[in-house]
Design a protein around this ligand. Sequence first.
Ligand SMILES: Nc1ncnc2c1ncn2[C@@H]1O[C@H](COP(=O)(O)OP(=O)(O)OP(=O)(O)O)[C@@H](O)[C@H]1O
Length: 350
Amino acid sequence: MDKFLNQNADIGGAAQPLLMVKNLIKHFALKKDMFSRRQDVVRAVDGIDFAVRKGETLGVVGESGCGKSTTARLLLSLIAPDNGEIVFDGQAVGGRQLSLKAFRRQAQMVFQDSYASLNPRLTIEDSIAFAPQVHGVKKAEAIARARDLLQRVGLDPQRFAGRYPHELSGGQRQRVNIARALALQPRLVILDEAVSALDKSVEAQVLNLLLDLKEEFKLTYVFISHDLNVVRYISDRVMVMYLGQVVEIGPCERLFDSPRHPYTKALLSSVPSIDPDHRTEVPPLAGDPPNPINPPSGCRFHTRCARAQAVCSTTMPPLALSKDGQGVACWIHVENSGHTDAPTTETRSI
Ligand SMILES: Nc1ncnc2c1ncn2[C@@H]1O[C@H](COP(=O)(O)OP(=O)(O)OP(=O)(O)O)[C@@H](O)[C@H]1O
């Protein structure tokens, strides 16, 4: 356990992580068809380690199907992992140290679909006040808290408290979902594509609201999005996933300005830049990722990587951490160990 704490403090780049994840695995068994003897399994999340430090926003990016949402659900114990450990503020989640109920008070989630997340039969204030009452807060106090939160997310309680979800715009509903997530006074909020369905102007307002609330309530965010510009705007550090694994993690600006993993380079080169100094020579990703039921051996990216070497197809590279806090799982970086910013600590051998 101590070894794990030290390793993950390194991966998080901070002495005080709020959340630590060790070797998290989730495979989904698919229904067998009548004539097949084989049981296909989707390796949605396949052995990930990372930490989220107190007060930071960790952005999570990667192509569709790489395991971002499954990771989010695992983090909040909405689904059970096949393996792995989650430690919240030094206490293992779901065991004797920190019960699931106690953890769920401190960790909340905001989903993409603002309408599906709300009960259509409850007024806005009743929706926000619901969870605190389940956790023992008296109704009058829960309603007062709901009205206060409405104000804080920019919705006048006089006008909005008694309305129903269908009477609100998408942006207003997402503000309600954010207020609802904050009603239990959590420390960690996981935002899974929380602004992706909004118009660009509303998206910008909600992003700024999230930044303000983070300061005001001393929150820590895990921010999942396919929109790299949005992730760059809001994140302190960024984690890049490919086929259920972490391929790179590091400080946001450094990762965007000098990505190290060939996958991160290709992913970022798909974002158009109007700045000629920032145009990249790396071609954007071609085709779809391989099937997660039968992922490539070795480094899972080797089948699409222009720089792949023999070792890449046989052996999975470790996620190695350099002195500047950037972790990269790529043999090119492991082998460049004479370089000043090359990996110094092998944080994970797979
Ligand atoms: N309940 C499930 N049963 C079977 N396969 C699943 C299940 N949930 C997710 N998967 C598969 O697991 C893989 C990871 O899915 P996940 O939704 O976590 O990816 P994602 O990165 O969030 O994708 P997106 O950006 O499209 O939301 C995908 O191949 C997906 O089809």
